[in-house]
Design a protein around this ligand. Structure first.
Ligand code: SF4
Length: 422
């Protein structure tokens, strides 16, 4: 989400005549886009602001802006702590920065606020469709910083994707803290499926993805849209966070292990070859060994294509920080993380190993370590050795090698086959 916001702000600043600087010490305008999902991330941001103070002391005419989740509705306290900052902007609220820079440059900035679509986007680009979150999970600071859910209209999103496609984009990922509640704030309510059906019609767009889902809001209609729309990739990231019902209740996630597994079963029964990824927290307050084992039960039962696992860390300002002690030791959290990683290594090696010898549609999206990289529809990273390839090119690639984390393959004329997952 921050990457998408940064691209949009950069687009507005470029429209005013600014260029991207390679060197922060040379930049006339420095904008720090902050993440505070963990306290350690916020500490990194405040540390960077310390470095920027030295820059500002030497060059008082430089403009320093801070945007993102560090900035709440009130900035008095932040302004007192960081007087080196000229302008504060909440997530997705670009106007304060654009206007401050415009006034400093003496340019009329009004028109620049309408030009926040990246001018030279990557072939695969993020598009925020809903801001904020209404869920208030007990460990999470996001709703307090990003506010309540506000969806962009379908026509607004479609107009932006149209522009992006004209600028060379082949694949979009619709973003939201809880993308499945997209449109619920409209009257009458709409949902993500409505947006997916509209986006499917965009000529020149090849692939549509979306992130991140919430098990309670992933409706049957959304699941059917993934199945029925050829451009919508068969990949769902469905965080479960914990596999134990008591822990889930303390997390305020709003579902049980059984309900989560029912949703997984519905996804697998409806969408052939669907790939599944998830997010998991280990060592949440009060999580016993037996309760952690319930999370392992879910991992063993589902066999996810990828797991983003994190050790619980207290986030000041959340319900959990006030109500529950952080009573699982650091060593124990690390051990649980290693247990998860060991299992996932085996699961992913098994899943990816089954792909060797099969052919998939791959879109080229980068170049690294002497090979082109691309992604299958199920978001598997594939290395392809061919110097003639272009970004955004679609290939049929036969998989020749697989590890737990990536695939390697050769370009072939063979017909694309269905993705195969666990
Ligand atoms: S759904 Fe996600 S963003 Fe919203 S409160 Fe829960 S963890 Fe945070």
């Amino acid at each position: 989400m921050n990457k998408a916001d940064s691209e949009r702000l950069a687009s507005g600043l470029e429209f005013m005549g600014l260029d991207l600087s390679e060197d922060i010490a040379e930049a006339d305008v420095v904008v720090l886009n902050t993440c505070v999902v963990r306290q350690s991330a916020e500490d990194t941001a405040t540390g960077t602001l310390g470095k920027l103070k030295r820059l500002k002391d030497k060059h008082p005419d430089r403009i320093i802006g801070v945007m993102g989740c560090m900035v709440g509705p009130k900035t008095d306290d932040l302004a007192r702590r960081f007087p080196q900052v000229n302008v504060w902007a909440q997530p997705q609220n670009f106007e304060p920065i654009i206007s401050t820079v415009g006034l400093a440059l003496g340019v009329d900035y009004e028109g620049c606020l309408d030009n926040l679509v990246p001018g030279a986007p990557a072939v695969s680009t993020f598009v925020p469709i809903i801001h904020g979150c209404d869920k208030f999970c007990s460990f999470c600071i996001i709703p307090y910083r990003r506010g309540r859910e506000i969806s962009r209209t379908v026509s607004d999103v479609i107009h932006e994707v149209d522009l992006l496609v004209q600028r060379g984009v082949k694949e979009v990922t619709f973003l939201g803290q809880n993308v499945d509640s997209y449109g619920h704030d409209f009257s009458p309510p709409q949902d993500l499926a409505d947006l997916l059906y509209s986006a499917e019609q965009i000529e020149g767009l090849d692939r549509i993805r979306f992130l991140t889902s919430h098990p309670s809001d992933m409706s049957g209609r959304i699941i059917q849209a993934i199945r029925d729309l050829p451009k919508v990739c068969e990949l769902v990231n469905l965080p479960f966070q914990a596999g134990d019902d008591e822990v889930l209740e303390r997390m305020r996630r709003g579902y049980t292990q059984a309900e989560y597994l029912e949703k997984i079963a519905e996804l697998r029964a409806t969408i052939p070859g669907v790939a599944l990824t998830t997010d998991l927290i280990v060592g949440f307050s009060g999580e016993t060994e037996a309760q952690f084992e319930h999370s392992m039960d879910v991992l063993r039962a589902v066999k996810f294509d990828k797991v983003h696992a994190a050790a619980y860390s207290v986030r000041p300002g959340t319900i959990a920080s006030r109500q529950y002690p952080d009573d699982v030791s650091v060593d124990e959290k690390k051990r649980r993380l290693r247990v998860v990683e060991t299992l996932q290594d085996e699961v992913q090696s098994e899943i990816n190993g089954r792909l060797v010898g099969q052919t998939f549609e791959v879109m080229v999206d980068g170049h690294t370590r002497g090979a082109h990289t691309g992604r299958t529809r199920t978001d598997k990273l594939v290395f392809v050795e061919d110097t003639e390839l272009e970004l955004g090119q679609f290939l049929h690639v036969e998989i020749t090698e697989a590890t737990a984390y990536s695939l390697r393959g050769r370009v072939t004329e063979t017909q694309v086959v269905e993705a195969v997952t666990a």
